[in-house]
Each structure stands twice: as structure tokens, then as C-alpha cells.
Ligand binder design. Structure first.
Ligand code: SF4
Length: 409
């Protein structure tokens, strides 16, 4: 179990708590709607900006809640301008990362003379001009992760805590100041399904058409395979997209890469995917990080092809990249073998397959990497860590362009 975290004061985006308080104070539900629509759609920063908002509600909220419990302490735009990483400090000092990936290159403009650098950040020469550009946000659900996947930097951190639903939503609020977020992928730090209650609560607010209004299929929950919650997700949020971080064609290799596979065996996991698809009708995105000599050999392609051939899936291949954590030793596959893997799955097994386009390398836009890098190097040479772990977002969550890369499960 992750260490328990208690926030005080709470975030206004802790919707369940605010709702409960309004009921106790006998404040009519319409004011709850008014509160969130003003905060989210009109970017209100003061309760006085809300028309006809009861004084009783203002007073109570002012005393017990804050508009944000977290803040962005480090922001970096990639050299190509298509990725922004945000390091977000939580109320208790823990840090998580979010990555914004633009569909089209971001235009950069010179930073204003009076633009102050945030804490721990060197003042940028260029700043992004992206608030009107459509983008995907890769979001974190936990601080660290207990799943300990052997190729993942976050996995080396252990679990430090679950994010509250409000902290998850606040990542979206921070990102909306940088870009027009159209897709959200839970592929940052953490295993979302190990923080099920808070993740689903946050997702419900994100897809609520009265507020953020994200299309459910454009919100992707990525899991390394927590079977009970895959099945629960099919009932609770059937229109939200699911990505499975498979990474291996058989039980033996999967156990080497994903230790939780010992509890959630491959045959049972694929059975859960079948049940999920029967209930939801959704295609499932399969994430597969290619590790040279480990899971990318011709026999592995055949095993994977047999495993997936009659299932409605799209496979996203993620060629391994060096990561910042020196203790993680894997080799990247060559471009030719990656191409061979993809073409064989497509042509021999008729499986839709893409190779992940990488984004954010120079901002270390990968699972767990941002925080690892900045804690170690902030103020030194923030450009040196290239990191990738698993990757990214599902094509189903994309709107226009090739899939950007963030990282992931
Ligand atoms: S790959 Fe995902 S599930 Fe595995 S350790 Fe990293 S964050 Fe956790």
C-alpha cells in the first residue's frame, strides 16, 4: 500500500468533498455547477467572479479549500517545439511530471524581458506560444510506482503515494495554460489502476460535458495489467479508451519485464481483455517496448502474432531508448529489425501496428524521467537526459497527427 497522504487545505477540485460540504450547508446543487463551470470554463480565480454565488458558499470555500494545491516548478520546451514538460510540486513537496505533446510544431517566440523564471529554472530564451494549439496531455496518477517494471525509471523509485483526484485534475488545469488539451493519456508516473478510485473520479470530471468536456474516447487509461480493475473499468467508464502495456509475447518474458505478471498471468490477462472488449466494444491499444535480443526476435513476433491475431487491437511498438537511470541496461533495436517486427505483424498476422514516433527526448519526456532528471540536475544541465521507458499514447487518443510520445506503462 502506498503511504497515505493528507492534504490540508484541500483542493477545490476535490469535487466529492465540495459536494458533500454543499449538502451539509444546504447550498443548492446548481451552485456547485456554477462553481466548476466558472473555474474551468471561465478561468475564474475568485469566488466573487461567480454570479449569484451564495456568501455562505464563498466563506466556507475560502476557509477550507484552495484553487490549487500544486504548482508548476519547472517547465521546459523541447528544441523542436512539439513537447513541453511540466514538473509539478504537490502540497507536501512531492513532485510529478506531465508532458504536453502538440500535434503540430509549436511556434516559439522570444521570452519577454520581464519574464521571470520559476523556482529552480533558468530563464528561457524562447517561450511557447501554444495556448491555442491542440495537444495531448500525458498525466501522472501516482508519485513513483510499485510495479517495478525492469525497464522503467519510475519503477526504480518505489511508490511514494497516490495522487488525489484533484491533483490529477490540477495537472490538466496547469496544462491548459499552455495548450488546448484535446486528449489525456494516463501514461506518466504510476499505474493508474492501482489508484482506481481517484483516477476514475478525475476522469469523470474531465469527460463531463458541462466542464472540461473531453470526448471519453480521447481519454486513455494505460495499465500494465491489473485484471480486477480492467474489468471494473469496463463497467464504470466503458467509453474511455484502454491501453495495455504488454511488452512480452509470453509469460516467461513478461515476468522478467513486468514483475506483476506473476500475479496477473498472461492467459488470465488476455481473458480479461476479451471480457473488457465484449462489454465495451472498444478496440484495445497494446503497448510493446522493443528491447533488443529480449523480446524482439523473430520467434517473439510469431508468438505475439498468435496471441493477438483474432483480437481487435492496435499494437504500438516503442523502440527502446537509453534512459537516464544508469542501472537499467537494455539495448535499442535497430531500425531494420523494428521495421521487420512491424511488417510481420501486419502482413503475416493482419494486426494493425504502428511504431511510436518519439517526442520530448530533449525534455526527457518519459515515465518517471522528468522528476528523476530534474531532482538530480535541475540547475545543471537539464538537456542531457534522454530517457525513454515505455511509452506513450494510443493512436485512438490522437486527433490529427502521428502519435506523440510521452511515455509509459
Ligand atoms: S512501466 Fe508503468 S507500471 Fe511499470 S513501473 Fe513504470 S510506471 Fe509503473
Amino acid at each position: 500500500m502506498p503511504p497515505k497522504r493528507v492534504l490540508n487545505p484541500q483542493s477545490i477540485f476535490d469535487q466529492a468533498s465540495v459536494e458533500e460540504a454543499f449538502e451539509e450547508l444546504k447550498i443548492r446543487p446548481q451552485h456547485l455547477h456554477s462553481l466548476y463551470s466558472n473555474l474551468i470554463l471561465r478561468s475564474a480565480t475568485d469566488y466573487d467572479e461567480i454570479v449569484d454565488f451564495p456568501k455562505k458558499a464563498k466563506d466556507y470555500l475560502s476557509q477550507n479549500y484552495v484553487l490549487s494545491t500544486s504548482k508548476v516548478i519547472h517547465k521546459k520546451v523541447s528544441k523542436s517545439g512539439d513537447t513541453i514538460k511540466l514538473v509539478v510540486r504537490l502540497q507536501d513537496g512531492l513532485e510529478v511530471e506531465s508532458v504536453i505533446m502538440f500535434y503540430e510544431p509549436l511556434s516559439l517566440k522570444p521570452a519577454p524581458e520581464n519574464d521571470e523564471a520559476s523556482e529552480g529554472e533558468t530563464k528561457p530564451k524562447l517561450v511557447a506560444d501554444g495556448t491555442s494549439r491542440r495537444a495531448t496531455l500525458c498525466i501522472s496518477s501516482q508519485v513513483g510506482c510499485q510495479m517495478a517494471c525492469t525497464f522503467c525509471a519510475t519503477g526504480t523509485m518505489g511508490i511514494q503515494g497516490n495522487l488525489t483526484a484533484a491533483e490529477i485534475v490540477e495537472q490538466l488545469m496547469h496544462a491548459r495554460k499552455e495548450a488546448d488539451i484535446r486528449n489525456v493519456v494516463f501514461m506518466g508516473m504510476g499505474e493508474p489502476l492501482n489508484n482506481y478510485k481517484n483516477v476514475t473520479q478525475a476522469v469523470k470530471l474531465m469527460i463531463d460535458s458541462r466542464y472540461f468536456g473531453l470526448k471519453p474516447s480521447r481519454v486513455t487509461v494505460s495499465t500494465v495489467g491489473v485484471i480486477p480493475y480492467i474489468l471494473k473499468l469496463a463497467t464504470d467508464l466503458p467509453k474511455v479508451s484502454l491501453a495495455l502495456s504488454l511488452h512480452a509475447p509470453n509469460q516467461e518474458i513478461r515476468e522478467q519485464l513486468v514483475p506483476s505478471a506473476r500475479s496477473y498471468r498472461l492467459d488470465k490477462l488476455m481473458g480479461a481483455i476479451d471480457t473488457y472488449q465484449e462489454k465495451t466494444g472498444n478496440k484495445v491499444f497494446i503497448e510493446y517496448v522493443l528491447l533488443s535480443g529480449v523480446n524482439d526476435l523473430p520467434e517473439h513476433i510469431d508468438e505475439l502474432g498468435e496471441l493477438l491475431r483474432d483480437r481487435d487491437v492496435t499494437v504500438n511498438l516503442i523502440p527502446w531508448n537509453p534512459i537516464y537511470s544508469p542501472e537499467i541496461e537494455f539495448s535499442a533495436p535497430g531500425a531494420e529489425s523494428t521495421e521487420y517486427f512491424k511488417n510481420t505483424l501486419k502482413n503475416k498476422y493482419n494486426i494493425r501496428c504502428t511504431v511510436r514516433q518519439e517526442k520530448g527526448q530533449d525534455v526527457s519526456g518519459a515515465c518517471g524521467q522528468l522528476v528523476l532528471e530534474t531532482q538530480a540536475q535541475r540547475g545543471a544541465n537539464a538537456d542531457c537526459g534522454t530517457a525513454d521507458i515505455e511509452d506513450l499514447m494510443s493512436p485512438g487518443a490522437r486527433e490529427v497527427s502521428p502519435a506523440p510520445k510521452c511515455n509509459i506503462q
